[in-house]
Write a protein that binds this ligand. Structure first.
Ligand code: ATP
Ligand code: MG
Length: 438
């Protein structure tokens, strides 16, 4: 009888139970991602005798100095000591392996020595720092997962975030890979259960807080950001992205539309809670379609076949300024529209303010997961954002600038961002008098 203790928290816990075919634990430095992935492999190895598992990284040498140290010292020390598991060093043809008494094996490899691992089949693989791989590496590993001893085959990966248009991030956008966001609070060596920092946590986090620029955003905040400054730099998927819930009928609804044909047409559905917080709960984000067809799609989302409503009607339909498109939408939907508030700078400021976490511990803007009605394959193929949430971490100020009053963010992939700003401006700039001192 050997005893091993591991208490996973947050998304690290979720990783252990999730059975999606491909899952990525993404997050800033040191949240416990690799530990969680390795603990999961250990559980699978013990639970399914005779299974074949794989741990790999881009290079075998980098694996030896990282994941394997955690494996030996944190995950498997008891099992190694008791002889439940032993290490087989491999040969010129064979990769090294951890062999279990119950017949399970965990092979250790690097993509730099791919031939040693690619001739076998596996039940599950853990790829450490998966952003280092090429899409081709990823595909190759996927094709090896068909051993069939474990009832589900799974590719488990972890990484620190990279740029938003990284191929791995694109795979999470299309749904091919499920992404979980881990946080520093998930790691009990850094944070106590009550949310206070441990002494070693305090020194670790203060080192991360000293990072600047894109490294700070990725390694401290865990964001997939480009190298320039983010417009909504308070955005935190762990805070602003929330699970779906039944929205009470009493909450007012708003529709916000940004017309487009080559660029995506975006229609966002928002609900407002009694405290004035805004929730994006549905959206259409599609290219190459006529306004009249979009109008039908919009109604299709809210009305049953017989024309009765599934949810409250919008109290306002807020649109960009294109007069002809607005008229077409009205003709085909029956809803008159209000033009979005002009004044981009002011709109951006009030929207930024909503992203800040208020005294009650919550921001004033939220995005419900899976709000997108249908992913536009043309956008996926073009490597473009496919939803509003996708745009947030690519919505940046021009290089070297940080939101000076006279400036505007880079005008690219900002259609959902425009809608969100129209929404907030409609609520927060209403009735505000513009004072001019003469
Ligand atoms: N639930 C836990 N219980 C005890 N220790 C933990 C737990 N989670 C993480 N740790 C410890 O915290 C340290 C950092 O964890 P780990 O290496 O898994 O982080 P990481 O997120 O993979 O970091 P990086 O981003 O640098 O790759 C390790 O020593 C690990 O054993
Ligand atoms: Mg790690």
């Amino acid at each position: 009888m050997i005893t091993h203790t591991y208490g996973p928290r947050g998304t690290c816990r979720e990783l252990i139970t999730n059975k999606s075919p491909a899952i990525l634990l993404s997050g800033p430095a040191g949240t416990g991602k690799s530990r969680a992935c390795l603990e999961k492999l250990m559980l699978i190895a013990l639970k399914y005798p005779g299974c074949r598992l794989l741990i790999l990284r881009k290079t075998l040498a980098s694996l030896g100095s990282t994941a394997l140290v955690t494996w030996r010292t944190k995950v498997a020390p008891e099992a190694l000591k008791s002889g439940e598991v032993y290490f087989y060093g491999g040969s010129s043809e064979e990769a090294a392996q951890y062999r279990f008494r119950n017949g399970s094996t965990i092979t250790v490899g690097g993509m730099d020595k791919a031939q040693k691992i690619m001739s076998s089949e596996y039940d599950a693989a853990y790829i450490q720092e998966a952003t280092e791989l090429t899409p081709n590496d990823w595909e190759m590993i996927s094709t090896r997962l068909r051993n069939g001893v474990v009832p589900y085959q799974q590719l488990i990966a972890d990484c620190n975030p990279d740029r938003p248009n990284h191929w791995l991030h694109e795979k999470t956008r299309t749904g091919e890979v499920v992404m979980l966001h881990s946080r520093h609070e998930d790691n009990p060596t850094l944070y106590r259960p009550d949310g206070s920092l441990t002494p070693s946590g305090a020194s670790y986090i203060s080192r991360l807080d000293a990072l600047t620029g894109v490294r700070f955003q990725r390694l401290r905040r865990g964001l997939w950001v480009a190298a320039e400054g983010l417009v909504y730099d308070d955005y935190d998927p762990a805070v602003h992205l929330i699970d779906r819930f039944d929205i009470p009928d009493s909450w007012p609804r708003y529709w916000v539309i940004d017309f487009g044909f080559t660029n995506p047409f975006v229609c966002q559905w928002w609900a407002e809670d009694p405290d004035g917080r805004l929730y994006l709960y549905r959206e259409i984000y599609r290219t190459q379609r006529l306004v009249e067809d979009h109008a039908k799609d919009v109604l299709g989302q809210v009305q049953k076949r017989d024309g009765t409503w599934r949810e409250p009607k919008p109290v306002a339909v807020i649109c960009d300024h294109d007069a002809e498109d607005r008229a077409t939408f009205t003709r085909h939907s029956g809803f008159s529209t209000s033009p979005a508030k002009k004044g981009k700078t002011e709109g951006l400021q009030v929207t930024q303010a909503r992203f800040k976490v208020a005294k009650d511990g919550r921001p004033r803007i939220f995005f419900l997961r899976d709000s997108l009605v249908k992913r536009d394959q043309a956008l996926v193929d073009a490597g473009k954002p496919t939803s509003t949430v996708d745009e947030i971490t690519g919505y940046v100020w021009p290089q070297g600038k940080t939101g000076d009053k006279a400036e505007e963010p880079v005008k690219e992939d900002d259609h959902g961002m425009d809608c969100a700003r129209y929404m907030v401006a409609y609520r927060d700039l209403r009735g505000r008098t513009r004072l001019r001192y003469l």
